[in-house]
Structures are given as structure tokens and as C-alpha cells.
Design a protein around this ligand. Sequence first.
Ligand code: NAD
Ligand code: TDX
Length: 340
Amino acid sequence: MKLLVTGGAGFIGSNFIFYELEQHPEDTVVCVDLLTYAGNLETLEPAFQNERFSFHKADIADRQAMDELFEAECPDVVVNFAAESHVDRSVTDPGIFLQTNILGTQVLMDACRKYNVQRFHQVSTDEVYGDLPLDRPDLFFTETTPLHTSSPYSASKASADLLVQAYHRTFGLPMTISRCSNNYGPYQFPEKLIPLMISRALANQSLPVYGTGENVRDWLHVYDHCAAIDLIIRHGKEGEIYNIGGHNERTNLEVVKTILRQLDRSETLIHYVTDRPGHDRRYAIDPAKITEQLGWKPKYNFDTGMKETIQWYLDHKPWWENIISGAYQEYYEKMYAGRE
Ligand code: NAD
Ligand code: TDX
């Protein structure tokens, strides 16, 4: 099988490429990535040593480039990770989120139709369901929970999901969609909560916790997300949506304190800052469908997964130090200015 993975130079896409190359020695993997600020070719270094891997730099929203790529590569399956993925950036600059996340998805699906791709898999997110109240721990997102978005990011992802479903119903596009909860693990860009807090704590810098720190996220190790997508593209039923999550709900404050404890840093580094506009309160996934229908179960529990992840950032300092030494500084100052 030949897989075309979009956005493979980012966090989850790169982990997925490693997973596929390792688990399926009979398959080949083609990666397409525009190498935005979030894409990093250094991450893919180990994959470049594998002759079953190849890379193309291109924009998924560029119709001509996608047509040429699909014609040359003839992929069997397309897995679409490529996206603008950071909620805070979507608050300051929504346009590119609509361009890549919605129009890019459309261009890819048109190419899938034109070149008879057997399966288009859309990597979506639990954020399309909006949020749950903090005082109702009995409520979870299921695949039939109505879409109810809060940020330009989540609205763009929900729009893409609707478009994917429309292409299935109208044109018979063979597709699946997965909606996963928050991921953590190696190679996550240090603008996201966990790597941001690790890198700042190590430098003894203040840790900007939004609002009261009581918002809840449902954390899943990126390896378990990749394993779930792998199952869906091989055994999932065409036209279906699958939620992915491992029942690991933590408040942001709990996550930050876990990091501080393992790094032996003081909680006085915690600094409460102005909240994110439209900040979702709680995410919590009910993964019963994928567990019952495809036999998926997470391998990691949060405590060991976090321990390993923090250790990974300690062992791979050059990877993230390279990132935060460049244009990232400017991003941080701009994004967090006036939040004090
Ligand atoms: P990321 O920001 O780390 O990586 C995104 C990648 O897409 C980068 O390599 C970037 O260069 C590439 N890209 C951006 N625009 C592109 C374009 N126009 N054409 C080609 N490539 C482009 O994101 P991530 O955290 O790895 O997320 C991957 C996917 O998973 C996204 O679709 C996201 O919505 C979804 N998701 C993420 C999480 C999470 O916790 N990170 C959870 C659920 C779902
Ligand atoms: O500096 C910060 N301080 C803070 O308190 C940052 C960056 C975040 N937070 C909070 C906001 C959230 O409640 O931490 C929580 C996690 O924030 P992010 O890492 O930005 O992730 P989130 O907004 O939950 O979205 C993530 O999960 C779903 C991914 O970025 C999305 O791509 C994915 O779809």
C-alpha cells in the first residue's frame, strides 16, 4: 500500500510516518508538507534514511501542485494531518486557518476523486464538539454530539469535517474521519501547553497559565493516536467517524504541576495570565465506538507517558532549542504581550 501523508513534518504527522514505516514494512510512505513555521525537516531525519519514504514540499491548497503529485505518486490512501493547528494563532489571524484547513481539504478530496484514491482519512479533533461544563463529569463527547465550535481553529476543522461528509454523500468519496483529544509526546511544537511549559521551566522562566488553570483537557499519547488512525485506515468502515481518547482528564494546573515536580522546579514559576478568548472549559472523549468496533485501546497511561515525554524533551534539547531560538521569540513576545 502507498500512503500519502500530508503535514508529516509536524508533530502528529511525523510520529505517524515513523509508526507506519516501522509497523508496515510492506508499505511506502510519501509525505507532502508546506514546511510552515510548524513543519520541521529535522524531525523527519530518521525517515529520510528509509528507502520506502519520500518527501515533497507543497501546499495542500495548491490545486496544480496536488494534481501533479497525485498523478506522479498514485497513492492508495491519503491521511490528512496538514493544518494550522494552534488555537491562539487562529484568534490573531483566522484567514490562513480557513485557507489551509477548509480549502486545502477540498483540494485534496478533489484530487482523491480524480485519481481514484481508495481512502481519504481526515484527521480531525474533539474541539469540533465545543466544550463541556466543568461541573458535569458524567458528560462525554460521542460521535453524535452536535458540532458546536468556539474558535476560528475549531470552526475551520468542523467545516472541513462537514465538507468531507458532503463529499462522501454527494460524490461517494471513500472517507473516514477521526476526532482525537489533546496529544502529547515527542516532537510537539513548543507553542503548545506541555512543551511550552517544559522549555520555560527548564530556563526558570514564568509559566503563563490562562485564567485560573481549571480548564480540563483529555490527554492522549501521540503513539496511541497514530495506532488508532492506522487501525481506522485499514479496518475502519467507509463513511464513519471515530472518536479517539483515553480517559485522561487533567486540569491545566495539574499538568503544569506534574512538569514542575519532575523537573524539580518551584511552583512559584506559575504565573496566571489573561484568559484565552472563547477558552473551552472541558474536553472529554467517549472512545467506546473505536474500542468496541476496532479493538483499539491506548498503550500509555498519563503518568508514565508524561514521564517519558518530559525525559524526551530533556534528551532532545537541540531539537526544541533550535526552534525557540529563532522567529519563535518574536511570536512569544507578541502572543503573550498584555496578558500579564
Ligand atoms: P502541527 O502544527 O504540529 O503540524 C502541522 C503540519 O502541517 C506542519 O508540518 C505544517 O508545515 C503542515 N502544513 C500547514 N499548512 C500546510 C499546507 N497548506 N500544506 C501542506 N502542509 C501544511 O500540527 P499537529 O499538532 O501535528 O496536528 C496535526 C493534525 O492533527 C491537525 O489536523 C490537527 O487539527 C489534528 N489534531 C491535533 C491534536 C493535537 O493535540 N495536537 C489533537 C487532535 C487533532
Ligand atoms: O501558554 C499557555 N497557557 C495555557 O494555560 C498555552 C499555550 C495553553 N494554555 C491552556 C489552554 C488550554 O486549556 O492549556 C490548554 C492546552 O492548550 P493548547 O496546547 O494550546 O491546546 P488546545 O487549545 O487544547 O488544542 C489542542 O488540542 C486539540 C491542539 O492545539 C489542537 O490542534 C487540537 O485540535
